[in-house]
Design a protein around this ligand. Structure first.
Ligand code: NAP
Length: 232
């Protein structure tokens, strides 16, 4: 596929590095300096682009996404922190019969892990002799705790087993990219489900998977639509 990268920071560069190996061509890179208020995202420059991948900042993403929809370019957006603008952006995409996949987390493993955690919690709901708890570990520079993924894991497990608490313990140390573990500890045995992120390449691979899925779809989607379709 012919791809455009809107935003060429850590994620944009990681996607560029993986795209070639998956048989794609990056035909356009748009970074901030040339794109105030989405000015660079015009049909002439986007000609021939099959999918754009947008990883910029919360302040830039809504305008970029609307400009891309106006130019008729299906888009994958991984920028976080612009949820308040989603109705406006989704309206612009639908009005033009465009296509957008947006997600705060494009890790395939995390989404499968959360689904599996839901099933684990459902199975353990009938066994109160087990204590359940969540451990999340991240590098020392991560400012927030618990992590967003740990909170999602807690909500997912509680959704399947509302009678149980799922307390979270956070560790901030060293350079751990991100580990999450859901453990059920009983009097005679212990069961643990764990996800360990190794690098941001997992996010880039998921974003490219969404880009490969997008052609032929019309509307506004999340990564769960891409991974699970009707089976959500
Ligand atoms: N969904 C996921 O799985 C996932 C995974 C990782 C990160 N993220 C999110 O993705 C976003 C980018 O992350 P990152 O680590 O790549 O950040 P980053 O390294 O700071 O890169 C962002 C890039 O976007 C550029 N930019 C800002 N405004 C722009 C505009 N109007 N047009 C074009 N480019 C623009 C920035 O340029 P300047 O440097 O010149 O400002 C910078 O190069 C963040 O919101 C992050 O939270 C999502």
């Amino acid at each position: 596929m012919r791809l455009a990268l809107v935003g060429y920071g850590r994620m944009g560069r990681t996607i560029a590095a993986l795209a070639g190996a998956r048989g794609h061509q990056v035909v356009l890179v748009v970074d901030e300096a040339e794109n105030p208020a989405g000015q660079a995202l015009v049909p002439e420059r986007l000609r021939g682009v099959e999918v754009a991948l947008e990883f910029t900042t919360p302040a830039s993403a809504p305008t970029n996404l609307i400009r891309l929809a106006e130019a008729g370019v299906p888009t994958v957006c991984g920028t976080t922190g612009w949820n308040g603008d989603l109705p406006r952006v989704a309206g612009a995409v639908r009005e033009r019969h465009g296509a957008l996949v947006h997600a705060a987390n494009f890790s395939v493993g995390v989404h499968l892990f959360l689904r599996t955690a839901r099933e684990l919690a459902r199975r353990f709901a009938a066994h109160p002799e087990f204590d359940a708890f969540i451990l999340e570990e991240h590098h020392a520079r991560k400012p927030d705790a618990p992590s967003g993924t740990a909170l999602t894991l807690q909500a997912t497990a509680a959704g399947a087993d509302p009678a149980r608490r799922f307390p979270i313990t956070s560790v901030r140390a060293g350079s751990i990219p991100g580990n999450h573990t859901l453990t059920y500890d009983g009097p005679h045995e212990s069961v643990a489900l764990a996800h360990e992120a190794r690098s941001r390449e997992g996010f880039a691979a998921g974003a490219l998977l969404a880009a490969e899925w997008l052609p032929g779809h019309t509307g506004v989607f999340t990564f769960e639509d891409v991974l699970f379709g009707e089976d959500r």
